[in-house]
Design a protein. Sequence first.
Length: 453
Amino acid sequence: MVIPRTDYAATVWHKLNSTTQVQKLTTIQRIAIKAITGCLKTTSTTAMQFEAQLLPVNLRLKRQLQRYITRVQTLSENQPVAQAYKNALRKYRQQRKPTPTSKLEHLIHNFPEETKRPLETIRPYIRPPWRQPQANVQIQLTKKAAKSRHDEITCHPDPQTMYIYTDGSGINGHVGAAAYSPTLNTTSHQYLGEENSFNVFAAELTAIDLAMEMIKTSKTSHKKHIIFTDSQAATKAVFKPKRQSGQQIIQGILYKLETLALANPNLNLTIEWIPGHMDIPGNERADAEAKKAAKEKGKLGKPFQHRGLKSSQNQNIEAKISSQARKEWEEAETKEQFQKIIRKNPTKQSGSKYYNCAINRRQATRLVQLRTGHIPLNQYLHRFHIIDSPQCACGQGVETISHYILHCKQYMKQRSELRSKVEPRGMKLHTLLGDPKHAKAITEYVAETKRFV
């Protein structure tokens, strides 16, 4: 609720490296996170952002600006903002010592990587919404039903039917597509490029395009054609294209489909979804050929003519921002030293992936207080001069989180029940508070001790 209001029109008013703007918005975000998590007011902002999995304000605004400059590049040519962007880019590049004079030039100056490679153009629509595709589309409700239907169709192959399997794959940072026809004993390959420009969805669409080309150039005549693909998203995109990334590839598929329909009014073509990696020989062969196309890096098939995808560039932006956020969380000089214990767990989680394991808000609040180290145990209360002594009521030492959960003699019965739930090897602090599987057990332990009632 807070972020859409505070960040509205940030592409207009936000200035990179503006500490004043960031500080004020961070204060607002801190208030919101405290309301969400129930953290105590002494908890650092960095720790709370990590637990809530909310980006720091500076990174969130940076991501918004990067996504905006990406979106502007994909607008239709007659769009006023697209024309303003082209003018700003030309003016900026013509200057010997570029000095931004407009907001768009400012964005180009600060994010040159996002403007280096040409991106696809995404139009409002490529076909009228009421236009029906010249092909049948079949998507079963379950994987089992889809595999059964495939086996039924191919159990006794019809000599008058052409069968084609398609697949797209990304491997070692490269993306490839392939179409394999057991009917013609033919395979078509296409190398798309690196993963920072294209993704597997585009490869799945390209594989369907290869299948269309295979049908179009086939020298043998068939009454029926079936294209098997393991991508529901690609199948739906061909059936009902929207304003989406990969639109240019979809447009090519529809053009070939319409060309085939004009040449053959009785065209019977079906795009059938099948589940991947379920021992379907044709699909496994297409997958292997797609990986081969990716590994060969352009040695198989024709050069790919399409521009880079908006979705891939957005994925790159998201990955870089997430990486920078993790680095800031891990390197932050914060008093929340206790969180370092939690991060030792290889299965550590935070945000909704972790706290959805709690039954109610009270339990979630105690969990976040335990994980940040700011919870009203005697050590914490003494640290902030609320009580005189940090000693535990059991008389066996300071009441720390470790003492409360693992050692305090007052809760031996509750600890025994906890041990039975998580097993002895799970009785480690970083495992109990870092593994989502143990979140419910630790909340039950806290409730049964009645320490915070």
